[in-house]
Design a protein. Structure first.
Lengths: 242, 243
């Protein structure tokens, strides 16, 4: 096991998960980070996913600022007109975001809906990285051909082959490591398209973060590849586009 | 000591390369697993009798491997033949339990065929690992309660149905719980062990479908007491499977 690479979680949620009734509390995130050796991460607000985008994004920003984490605002795909306004507000802020999170499944928006394509194009035009939930087999094709930088947060290893096919022709496509839990899943992605496409994602505090970390650190990736997936991929994605 | 009560051998139809028994052995070595109870993927997803016999040829590859005989509830006559043949002679030193998969056998947990399958494995004195998902973890407890002497292990302990494990434990004292899951939600094991006897849970990985690190990480996160750790990692498995 590789010791002590810098670890950053690209997939942190705070607020109320209305589907299970569980809560993501900032203090619980901090506790899990400390126990798991994670130095920070990118936090989004479930209030924005499920209820009210501006106040939810403001809440997530407060949490991020108070803990030294980064924030990833959410846009509501059910309201593309509101999404235009919220994106404008975010970009006009003193510290504009480098990434936006989309939640098509939670918001019951199919990738083929006009709203999804419109919002995705807005984000590409703004040079922002898209962090998206949802089945990579459905969401991935809707983001092809745009020159988008994307992190698929819900790639399950059952569909790893679909991700690799997409990533071969889309240099901006990345995947969270969270559900790449097969014995050779991380290794296949690294061999096929490079470890720079792997981004550590734990969905702290709702997913079992320790399982994701242990999988990465005990993988057969090289120490450099583990360091790449553990933090460098995310850091690069949060840099301004050239 | 670490005993993995939920593992497999053989190829999967996903984009992965785990067909060789060497994948199992590599996992045993890398993660310090002392015994692994294995069923054949071929038997689960395609042909139970043929898969059981394929596994019989693989078990001698490593002394840490034990077999789980897969029973297809739709083929109980053939299952009885498997049990007779594989358990004959010193067969019980290699085969220590049975495995039933509800979804791949397209047999609902609440169906008469599922109960009949568990009656059969109980007749042969085998603890039976049954795939559970969602509310079926409670349904399995109800089936076990109806079959005198049945001892069943709820594979995945219901996965996303884990909040119902305490209810399942209350419904029947002959059901145990095994928590492996490819997408584990946080803090399940600790939450459940705060509500049920630690004698009811045991460690499993779902290898070689899932990397053992995933189950080990979840176990670490549960912050087990020394007694809980001993119970979950090996004591309960030794008692249930007679290892």
């Amino acid at each position: 096991m590789t010791e002590n690479p810098l670890l950053l979680d690209c997939d942190v949620l705070v607020g109320h998960d209305v589907t299970t009734g569980r809560w993501g509390r900032p203090e619980n995130v901090a506790k899990v980070f400390a126990e798991s050796g994670i130095s920070g991460g990118v936090v989004s607000g479930l209030r924005a996913v499920h209820f009210d985008v501006p106040s939810g994004n403001d809440e997530a920003r407060q949490v991020a600022d108070g803990n030294g984490w980064s924030t990833c605002p959410v846009l509501d795909l059910r309201d593309p007109l509101g999404a235009e306004k919220e994106l404008e507000r975010q970009l006009a802020s003193d510290t504009p975001p480098r990434a936006i999170r989309l939640a098509p499944t939670a918001q019951s928006v199919e990738p083929a809906y006009p709203a999804f394509g419109h919002v995705a194009q807005l984000l590409v035009d703004a040079g922002l990285t898209i962090f998206t939930e949802g089945d990579v087999r459905k969401v991935g094709p809707a983001l092809r051909g745009l020159g988008a930088r994307v992190v698929f947060l819900d790639t399950h290893f059952y569909y790893l082959g679909d991700f690799v096919l997409l990533a071969r022709s889309e240099p901006g496509f990345h995947t969270s490591t969270r559900m790449l839990t097969g014995p050779d899943s991380l290794e296949i992605v690294a061999a096929e398209v490079g470890a720079e496409r792997l981004v550590l994602g734990c969905r702290t505090p709702f997913h079992e973060t320790r399982s994701v970390i242990r999988r990465l650190l005990s993988s057969k990736l090289s120490p450099d590849e583990i360091a790449q997936a553990g933090s460098r991929s995310l850091t690069t994605l949060l840099e301004p586009a050239c | 000591m670490l005993i993995d009560v939920h593992a497999h051998w053989g190829p999967w139809f996903f984009s992965m390369d785990v067909a060789s028994i060497d994948t199992n052995i590599d996992g045993l070595n890398r993660f310090g697993i002392d015994l692994q109870l294995v069923s054949a993927i071929e038997a689960i997803v395609y042909d139970a009798p043929l898969g059981n016999r394929s596994l019989a040829e693989q078990l001698p590859a490593d002394p840490r491997l034990r077999g789980m005989i897969v029973v297809d509830p739709r083929r109980l006559d053939e299952a009885r033949t498997d049990l007779d043949e594989l358990l004959a002679g010193d067969g019980r030193t290699r085969w220590v339990g049975a495995k039933i998969h509800t979804e791949y056998s397209r047999t609902p947990m609440t169906s008469p065929a599922m109960q009949a399958a568990i009656e059969l494995t109980t007749e042969y004195g085998l603890p039976t690992l049954v795939h559970t998902w969602g509310d079926t973890v409670v349904d399995l407890a109800d089936v076990a309660a109806r079959v005198p002497g049945a001892r069943v292990l709820a594979g995945h302990m219901g996965a996303n149905g884990w909040p119902r494990v305490p209810e399942a434990a209350d419904r029947c004292d002959r059901v145990w719980f095994e928590p492996c899951w490819s997408a584990p939600e946080a803090n399940r094991i600790r939450w459940i062990l705060d509500r049920i006897d630690p004698g009811r849970m045991m460690f499993g990985t779902d290898a070689t479908l899932i990397d053992p690190s995933v189950a080990l990480g979840a176990l670490e996160a549960a912050d087990l007491t020394p007694d809980e750790h001993e119970a979950v990692t090996h004591r309960n498995a030794i008692a249930l499977f007679g290892l």
